[in-house]
Design a protein around this ligand. Structure first.
Ligand code: SF4
Length: 584
């Protein structure tokens, strides 16, 4: 039997498991496959950001340069012991003491920065590790993944991951990559595995690789040379199962649905995806093998998915559709409620986060009705759209059913910009939804971005005024500025949106998913970035210094909300207590 190992590599926040591994593990186990799952991201954070690991690095690598920027012995003696204590605090009830929490996070941030020194000029922070290479270029990635001097993942894999793997070597390694912050770490791992154990089959999947697979229509991805043997395009259940069966039967991969692979002549093939497995036939996610007690939180949050793809799907800036089969599908809410009850009992958890691109108000209603019938005190969060179906009665019902936290994509409050985005929302309805969720006791978070092509400064100001007028019912926000994604509908029709020029290098790069551009009118990318920075500073004037402006991790907000409640979240202010960094 083929032994499969599914891996989630760094770099991601170590606050909860990522759903792809437990979802695929459950499916493959149901099909009789031998599969293990490995949250290598958690292992990286937990082992590297520790007294022992950092001490070894600081005392053995780049020591002369390290001594030039800090008093090395004093840091080792006085600071490093605080690092393990800070992680212990996050896993304890002290997590909910805001000042202790912020202090622990500051210690850990400093520890990430210390990690930069032995690997200079790489820049490490809690959000990402940036190597001195352009990660969208094949040539640069080839150098980055072999650069022992600046790549901290090489050191981690050499000292921890490879020796661990050798104890129980798999036949197939599936590496799941959700975002660009994992690209170098994932490819470095693949390259080391390929060099050390050439017989292993290495496949990549996840949202980011679905986009790279989509680009294969134009030209083959050079990653086949150095990093992997195949890639999964879109949903992983059938491709992975087909790949396992093909490896067992030693057949070629021509009949594996959704697989991108290279034959013996070097020809790259992209197989048709086949029909996805109906969501009602999938088992609930299986978290066996993941160390739920080691995430940097006091109790686990389990990720769930009630639907795949998006029922709206029209937003011109959005490329999420690439990761899914082309049809919106649901898991019956009653079945989802059963999953939640089962998982709550099996793992002793009370908190769930739905990662659906957008979970509909109707789904939330039906789920709540099923959960209320179970009489269990489960808390959950969702992402959704600002639509009128979040009426007072629905909001009341879903609050009773355990929905604590809804994240909405407001994006803009200017009617022309909303229409151009094809967002399908209405600022007046948005206000009603905020009011209804607020009245029902549900905490909300809104995503906003500035600089959609042709958006003028005056139009962006409309969004600022909207937030100002509604800040008592808009509880928390995250803002950014527009990126032109290669696979979003706007890219194909960019002339219609006033885009006059796209950066040629970004177009040519094999590993780029967004491109720099210029427009005839509206805010430029630089102006949008500056507008965003000014907006973040303005939020401090408007809201003071609530938790979400100190730490806007969804996981942090959800845990605090479940523990302290909505009123605390709205009223607690760090002003005068700590020097607060405004998060974006
Ligand atoms: S932005 Fe959200 S609502 Fe719009 S298409 Fe994408 S997933 Fe759907």
């Amino acid at each position: 039997m083929v032994k499969t190992l599914l891996v989630f590599p760094p770099f991601w926040e170590p606050s909860q498991p990522y759903l792809s591994l437990p979802a695929l593990t459950a499916w493959l186990r149901q099909q009789g496959c031998e599969v293990r799952q490995w949250d290598l991201n958690l292992e990286f954070h937990d082992r590297v950001i520790s007294q022992v690991w950092l001490e070894r690095l600081l005392l053995t690598r780049n020591t002369e340069q390290v001594r030039q920027v800090l008093p090395l012995e004093a840091v080792v003696r006085d600071f490093l012991p605080q690092v393990d204590a800070a992680k212990d605090l996050l896993r304890s009830p002290q997590y909910y003491e805001p000042l202790a929490f912020v202090e622990a996070k500051a210690v850990l941030e400093k520890a990430y920065q210390l990690l930069s020194l032995p690997f200079a000029p790489s820049q490490c922070s809690k959000r990402a590790i940036l190597l001195p290479y352009r990660e969208s270029s094949s040539d640069e990635l080839a150098k980055a993944t072999a650069d022992k001097a600046s790549n901290p993942f090489l050191d981690f894999y050499q000292h921890y991951a490879l020796p661990e793997l050798e104890k129980n070597l798999p036949d197939l390694v599936g590496i799941s990559i959700a975002d660009t912050t994992q690209l170098v770490a994932g490819l470095t791992l693949a390259r080391m595995l390929r060099e050390r154990w050439p017989q292993l089959h290495i496949t990549f999947g996840g949202a980011l690789f679905s986009k790279f697979a989509a680009a294969l229509v134009e030209k083959p991805n050079p990653g086949f040379e150095l990093f992997f043997h195949s890639m999964v395009s879109g949903e992983g259940e059938l491709p992975l199962l087909g790949l396992i069966r093909a490896l067992e039967n030693q057949s070629d991969f021509a009949s594996v649905p959704g697989l991108v692979w290279r034959d013996q002549q070097g020809q790259v093939h992209r197989n048709e995806p086949g029909l996805p497995v109906p969501m009602n036939e999938l088992p609930p996610p299986d978290f066996e093998g993941l160390p739920l007690d080691r995430y940097w939180v006091p109790e686990p949050i389990l990720p769930l998915l009630g639907s795949k793809d998006c029922y709206w799907k029209d937003c011109s800036f959005c490329d999420h559709y690439v990761s899914y089969a082309p049809r919106y599908r649901l898991r019956k809410p009653a079945l989802m409620a059963q999953d939640m009850v089962l998982l709550a009992q099996k793992y002793g958890v009370r908190r769930f986060s739905f990662g659906d691109e957008t979970l509909s108000p109707n789904y939330a209603r039906q789920l709540s009705q099923s959960l209320l019938a179970q009489n269990l005190d489960l808390k959950w969060s969702i992402l959704s759209r600002l639509q009128k179906e979040f009426d007072p009665e629905t909001c009341e019902l879903i609050a009773q059913g355990g929905c604590q936290f809804i994240m909405y994509g407001l994006e803009s409050a200017h009617p022309r910009v909303i229409e151009l985005m094809a967002k399908g929302t209405d600022p007046e309805i948005a206000v009603q939804v905020y009011r209804n969720t607020d009245a029902a006791g549900i905490y909300n978070y809104s995503f906003i971005f500035f600089g959609f092509p042709t958006e003028t400064r005056a139009e962006a100001e409309t969004t600022v005024r909207f937030v100002e007028q509604n800040h008592s019912i808009m509880h928390s926000l995250g803002a950014g500025y527009f990126f032109l994604q290669k696979f979003a509908p706007i890219f194909k029709n960019r002339e219609k949106f006033g885009i006059t020029m796209v950066h040629d290098q970004d177009l040519q790069d094999d590993w780029s998913i967004s491109v720099r551009y210029e427009t005839l009118e509206g805010l430029s990318q630089e102006e949008a970035s500056e507008f965003h920075q000014a907006f973040m500073r303005y939020l401090k004037t408007l809201y003071g210094q609530p938790l979400w402006l100190v730490d806007n991790s969804r996981s942090t907000l959800f845990h605090y909300l479940c523990h302290h409640g909505k009123a605390w979240m709205q009223n607690y202010d760090f002003t005068g207590q700590v020097e607060v960094q405004v998060s974006s």
